[in-house]
Design a protein around this ligand. Structure first.
Ligand SMILES: Nc1nc2c(ncn2[C@@H]2O[C@H](COP(=O)(O)OP(=O)(O)O)[C@@H](O)[C@H]2O)c(=O)[nH]1
Ligand SMILES: [Mg+2]
Length: 359
């Protein structure tokens, strides 16, 4: 696992989300640094903070800097030059997560396309900077002509777009392959930072799953879940991400493909979040699930982080989102509150799903 320093905003939700993203991309966060304003011209952060960053990165011997905002090439270059480390901005971090999670041919192509779209507005500047002196993240680019590099990326985008048109059939094969595993599938959904991975780990007991090799055709984050007298598959998905750039939406949806095959989608909501942003996030989750073709009947809402709030507050929020207490499960991955109720509910919903085995 790569060790990193994570730079984000000093508020709980930004920090939880950024930590969730770092974790999903397989970085160990050695230190979290915060600053209110991340748009300064030279380094994103102020010069004083940048000096502190350099010092801390040497002390902790980290491999990378994760910067929880969009950075221009020149800012990445300046930070890389100052610290000697690879600098990964928010968009690249998200792309790394999608890259790791994309399992179908279509998802892989969508992610490659998004990676090239990330590169396009930065291509010319990156080559220019590389010619001025190579830094981590800019290696090898100096040998390109500025316009040639830009054109090369454009050409690759065209090739991928063509391939994308042809992958439709494989997608169907992939679906059948999944159904053949003959077990019901439960999938997590919800915003990054809501507690999906924590709940996933509790439910699956973080045990080394000996059968996991068998399921690697699904995703690396799918394990078996023991229910009353039978097993289901449970998978931790890419979380929904706030401020997701439009050019990444297709890639994002493609990596969430498995939700369409799930017998039950566990939609995790951070119960401690203020109602206003909770509502926006909830509605955007519902919208994307609908676009993916997930039936609302297959979705169970989980209000997690109950330890950070109160019974009356959570109940008010549940009503405000037009749900009833019977519709939802309230949990705390931290105190284990509601975990047994969650398991029983999953069991009750999933056991009626006799999986379809294609002839
Ligand atoms: N207080 C509290 N923190 C939680 C709870 N569940 C998760 N967290 C924390 O919230 C952050 C994000 O959790 P994680 O499971 O990675 O969220 P994910 O991005 O949805 O997978 C982590 O720092 C967790 O320790 C909870 O029930 N209570
Ligand atoms: Mg997670």
């Amino acid at each position: 696992m790569k060790k990193a320093i994570l730079i984000t905003y000093p508020d709980k939700f930004a920090m939880d989300e950024a930590l969730g993203l770092a974790e999903a991309a397989d970085y160990e966060v050695a230190k979290l640094m915060t600053q209110k304003y991340l748009f300064r011209a030279k380094y994103g952060i102020g010069s004083g903070k940048a000096e502190e960053l350099k010092k801390v990165s040497e002390e902790l011997d980290v491999d990378a800097i994760l910067f929880d905002e969009r950075l221009k090439s020149v800012q990445i270059y300046n930070l890389a030059k100052l610290t000697g480390l690879e600098v990964i901005d928010r968009e690249r971090l998200i792309l790394e997560i999608f890259h790791k999670r994309a399992s179908s041919a279509e998802a892989k192509l969508q992610v490659q396309l998004a990676e090239l779209r990330y590169e396009i507005p930065r291509a010319r500047e990156k080559v220019r900077l590389a010619k001025a002196g190579e830094q981590p993240g800019f290696f090898g680019l100096g040998r390109y002509d500025v316009d040639d590099y830009h054109m090369m990326i454009r050409r690759r985008m065209v090739t991928i777009a063509k391939k994308l048109k042809r992958v439709g059939k494989r997608r169907e094969l992939y679906k059948i392959q999944r159904l053949r595993t003959n077990l019901p599938l439960v999938s997590f959904a919800g915003y990054t930072g809501a507690g999906k991975t924590s709940l996933f780990n509790i439910l699956t007991g973080e045990k080394k799953d000996t059968e996991r090799g068998f399921f690697t055709t699904l995703t690396t984050t799918t394990r078996s879940l023991q229910l009353s007298g039978y097993k289901a598959l449970i998978s931790d998905t890419v979380g929904f991400i706030s401020r997701l750039p439009t050019y990444m939406i297709e890639a994002f949806k493609a990596t969430l493909e498995e939700l369409t095959y799930a017998n039950l989608v566990l939609l995790v909501i951070d119960a401690s979040e203020p109602l206003q942003s909770m509502t926006i996030k909830y509605q955007s989750c519902v919208g994307i699930l609908a676009e993916l073709g997930v039936s609302p009947l297959n979705v169970l809402a989980i209000f997690n982080k109950f330890d950070l709030t109160s019974k009356s507050e959570v109940e008010d929020k549940i009503r405000a989102l037009n749900m009833t207490l019977e519709d939802v499960i309230i949990t705390s991955a931290k105190s284990d509150f509601g975990i047994e109720a969650l398991k029983s509910k999953i069991d009750a919903i999933v056991h009626v799903h006799v999986p379809n085995i294609p002839a």
